[in-house]
Design a protein around this ligand. Structure first.
Ligand SMILES: Cc1ncc(C[n+]2csc(CCOP(=O)(O)OP(=O)(O)O)c2C)c(N)n1
Ligand SMILES: [Mg+2]
Length: 554
């Protein structure tokens, strides 16, 4: 007779087949058999303090490793707690699998402990959500859920496994355990469209390209670099696409984006939707030729008319275009010298205008000074994470990751509380890297208890709290609308010593009030080799330009 195997052990085998080597979890009686399977398969179990963190960590793991992340949570409140993390991954196009427990099938609709309609709840925020109907199908459905994560633009999947299905044992030879079940996802785009884009590039005097999140998702960094260099195209980067080119690269531009989008004759948007971050496409010159490249057919041409749309993998498409254009581009590329110089002038002027703020000696500390110090502190091996409101808006302008894939922000859901989870996943997946996270005090408080998990698993990172004792990004809008007094309702936080909190939990902590102390404190945190929090008191009366313009609502 064939060996018997339980559902939890089948989950672990399927995770192993997918290459997943860690799960993020918070325990519950419904899911413990999965842990037992993980022991056999050598899969690490990282147990966190809140299920939201488990789901964000799975999202972060996917971003860092290029493999799907996995979070395992118990039925009912375990699963509802994880909803925000799944939703964040959904908007950020991050492939992850959430496995939720469920009451036994034999007690279906009887009011079992922690029973909820999880699949109904998860359906609108996942690419795939299903119940595993039998123990034999456990591994089959896990691999199906992973495959669904990669259909079009990636995203999360959800599976609930009823307790009796998970705990039951079936003969190993009756269980389907897929081992090879995925097609290549690298579509190079329609060859005719590639030719057209090559032609547009050959005739363009003032092209520019925006390298979005999918450039990193598709691991298209080298292709993007070849493209901008071979064709001499200035590049802007957003989301996880930041860092595709290093700061100082002749094709790296950031502060002149609005100017470029107004003046360019050809704008190529790669792997980022026309959502609020792009002003829904409204901020692009109406006379420019606009080309959009995306993994998802549904994203191309949405919210704004385009001249050419290409569905495909960012790296594969850009490589094909570079190849198609080489040979016919020589003069065209040389002609762009002036355009590049024009943008560089705009860029340099914008930088010079801000520099005094970045060097400000003010007390309380000007947030520009804080983010400037952080930017100076980052090395090629620092993964930077931003988690907060106004303080992170400042950092978006000033902090430049030095390497591809070294920038993490929540993405278009704008979820506060991703920071500790992303730090956890980044450090665990890439112990050779340094992790630097900037938090708003409001954002940190949402999921900050998981600092303890970082201590417990010995995952050192450098955490900085831009502490203004407020939910400042919201306060600005309230004060503008209702006046300064009424503008203080619902957005005030205490003067909390997050450095003491870090020490209480076994980490390193320091408080900074003087801007000259920021750099030495960062250095000491680096040398401490511990999870750390530097509590930097920043001026609550200073707001980022993006917050003052309320651009996120426009
Ligand atoms: C989970 C979640 N809740 C609420 C919001 C709305 N929100 C956006 S910015 C912000 C203030 C954040 O405060 P903090 O992290 O201290 O940053 P600050 O703006 O003060 O620099 C809030 C509450 C959100 N984006 N996410
Ligand atoms: Mg704050």
């Amino acid at each position: 007779m064939s060996e018997l195997i339980s559902g939890g052990h089948l989950v672990a085998k399927a995770l192993k087949a997918e290459g997943v080597d860690v799960i993020y979890t918070l325990c519950g009686g419904h899911i413990i058999d999965i842990y037992d399977g993980c022991v056999d398969e050598g899969i690490e179990v990282i147990d966190v303090r809140h299920e939201q963190v488990a789901a964000h960590a799975a999202d972060g793991y996917a971003r860092i490793t290029g493999k799907p992340g996995c979070a395992v949570v118990t039925a009912g409140p375990g699963t509802t707690d994880a909803v925000t993390g799944v939703a964040n991954a959904f908007r950020a196009e991050s492939p992850m699998l959430l496995i939720g427990g469920q009451g036994a099938l034999s007690q279906h609709k009887m009011g079992s402990l922690q029973d909820l309609p999880h699949v109904d709840m998860m359906t609108p925020i996942t690419k795939f959500a299903a119940t595993v109907p039998s123990t034999e199908r456990v591994a089959d459905l896990v691999s199906m859920a992973f495959r669904e994560c990669y259909h079009g633009a990636p995203g999360p999947s959800f599976l609930e496994i009823p307790r009796d299905v998970l705990d039951a044992k079936v003969p190993l030879d009756k269980a389907r355990i897929p081992a090879s079940y995925r097609a290549s996802t690298k579509q190079a785009g329609d060859p005719e469209a590639i030719e057209r884009l090559a032609d547009l590039l050959a005739h363009s005097e003032k092209p520019c390209i925006l390298l979005g999140t999918q450039v990193w998702t598709c691991r298209g960094t080298d292709a993007a670099i070849d493209f901008v260099r071979a064709l001499n195209v200035p590049a802007y980067m957003n989301g996880s696409g930041r860092g595709t080119l290093p700061p100082g690269d002749p094709h790296h531009f950031q502060l002149s984006r609005r100017y470029a989008f107004t003046e360019a004759d050809l704008i190529i948007i790669v792997g980022t939707p026309f959502d609020f971050r792009m002003g829904y496409g409204k901020r692009l010159s109406p006379t420019a030729t606009v080309v959009q490249i995306d993994l998802d057919y549904r994203t191309v041409g949405k919210n704004r008319d385009i001249d050419l749309g290409i569905v495909g993998d960012a790296g594969a498409v850009l490589s094909a275009v570079t190849q198609a254009a080489s040979g016919r581009i020589q003069n065209a590329a040389a002609r762009r010298k002036e355009w590049i110089e024009e943008l560089r002038t705009v860029e340099t002027q914008a930088y010079a205008k801000r520099l005094p703020r970045q060097h400000s000696d003010d007390r309380p500390i000007d947030p520009y000074r804080l983010v400037h110090e952080i930017n100076e502190f980052l090395t090629e091996d620092s993964i930077y994470i931003g988690d907060g409101g106004d303080i992170v808006t400042f950092s978006g302008q000033v902090v430049q990751p030095k390497s591809p894939g070294h920038w993490m922000d929540p993405g278009p859901l704008g979820t506060l509380g991703v920071g500790v989870a992303f730090a956890m996943a980044a450090k665990q997946a890439r112990p050779d890297k340094e992790v630097v996270a900037l938090f708003g005090d409001g954002a940190f408080s949402l999921t900050g208890w998981d600092f303890e998990t970082m201590v417990r698993f010995d995952l050192p990172f450098i955490g900085v709290i831009g502490n203004n004792s407020s939910m400042n990004q919201i306060r600005y809008g309230q004060a503008a609308k209702y006046g300064v007094d009424r503008g203080r309702i619902g957005n005030t936080l205490g003067d909390v010593r997050y450095d003491e909190f870090a020490k209480l939990l076994g980490g390193h902590g320091e408080e900074v009030r003087d801007p000259a102390d920021i750099a030495p404190a960062l250095q000491r945190a680096r040398e401490s080799g511990k999870p750390s929090l530097i509590n930097v008191w920043v001026d609550p009366e200073v707001y980022a330009p993006g917050t003052m313009n309320q651009t996120m609502y426009k």
